[in-house]
Design a protein around this ligand. Structure first.
Ligand SMILES: [Fe+2]
Ligand SMILES: [Fe+2]
Length: 340
């Protein structure tokens, strides 16, 4: 007979705060293990962007890969929708005599008596409520207190573009599958610029494939390249203070390339230097790196700019460096004409 904690949630996405709670429950209640149970959610139920069940499940699996006492259960996968907690518990208890602890937060605890068949739940499991030190709840049912601190991680923050409290491998999965990223990019810019970014992404992917480069790197750099182009001037200036004199002396129109690279490194925790360099030099060029070439070219010739770039594209298909030099040359000629 084992003592098992049940921690349900949408896990959209799972983050360090969830793992922290699971560990607190294991220690404070002396559990053998905790089961994370991703809930199936109707996409119509909420306004937030819910990633589909299989991907949320996968992220949970990645997050607990190195945990000895935390597991992920797919018990809700085949239960009828909506999946009520009572059904989940009855399903879990089938064919074993383990004792279960339903782990819930204080906000859920105050509404617990509104849950379907809550009295039956109380007969089947022990309810354990996460509470901050010293606080208590006046509830008219029996519960066990799990005393713990508040963890700063929040799934909403993550969906809004702050990846600080994500497990590293979960973060990579999110980036590789572009989960939440489109909403994040979109929230930073006008619809027109977002469409430009998508168009740059399309050209970049094509070129990366042709030259046997990483589609992931080229694609992500393209999607994110203008993320700071519409950032307010004060914040841009703050970021630019971190740059050297050469960068600062460049025209303000190109500052967003430096700020963009710093921003995605800081907020989205991107560490890949090809991606960061491609963003960092996408306007000016100036670094010998194929991902810089691709983004530099794609940014200038993507179709929504509305000019005939057949020649540039044909060159780029054959040789990136030559195409980059050609596009750069044309750009300088254009700037020269403009300033006259
Ligand atoms: Fe740009
Ligand atoms: Fe751009």
């Amino acid at each position: 007979m084992k003592k098992i904690g049940i921690l349900g949630g949408t896990f959209n996405p799972i983050h360090e705060g969830h793992i922290y709670l699971a560990k607190q429950a294991i220690t404070k209640l002396g559990l053998d293990e905790v089961l994370l149970i991703p809930n199936r959610v109707s996409p119509f139920r909420t306004s937030e962007e819910i990633v589909d069940y299989d991907k949320r499940f996968k992220m949970c699996e990645i997050a607990v890969a190195n945990e000895k006492q935390i597991f992920v259960s797919d018990v809700e996968k085949n239960l009828p929708m909506p999946s009520y907690t009572i059904n989940t518990i009855e399903e879990l208890k089938k064919g074993n005599d383990n004792s279960y602890y339903l782990l819930i937060g204080d906000d859920q605890a105050t509404k617990f008596t509104e849950w379907k068949d809550y009295d039956k739940i109380l007969e089947l499991v022990e309810v354990a409520v996460f509470l901050r030190n010293e606080s208590t709840l006046d509830l008219d049912y029996n519960y066990t207190k799990v005393q713990c601190d508040l963890h700063p991680a929040s799934a909403t923050d993550i969906r809004n573009g702050n990846f600080l409290y994500l497990n590293n491998n979960v973060k990579d999965y999110i980036l590789q599958n572009e989960l939440y990223i489109h909403e994040i990019v979109r929230s930073h810019m006008s619809q027109r610029r977002y469409e430009h970014s998508l168009s740059v992404q399309k050209v970049s992917i094509e070129l990366a494939k042709l030259h046997n480069l990483s589609v992931y790197k080229a694609s992500l750099a393209a999607l994110l390249h203008d993320i700071c182009k519409e950032m307010d001037k004060e914040l841009t200036a703050q970021y630019m203070e971190l740059e050297d004199e050469t960068a600062r002396s460049l025209h303000p129109n190109v500052h967003h390339q430096f700020v963009g690279a710093r921003y995605v490194e800081e907020k989205l925790q991107i560490q890949d230097t090809d991606i960061l360099d491609a963003i960092r030099y996408h306007t000016t060029g100036g670094l010998d790196n194929p991902y810089v070439y691709i983004l530099f070219i794609a940014d200038k010739i993507e179709p929504s700019r509305g000019y005939d770039a057949t020649q540039e594209m044909e060159l780029a298909k054959i040789d990136l460096k030559t195409a980059y030099d050609f596009v750069k040359c044309k750009q300088q000629a254009f700037i020269g004409k403009e300033s006259k």
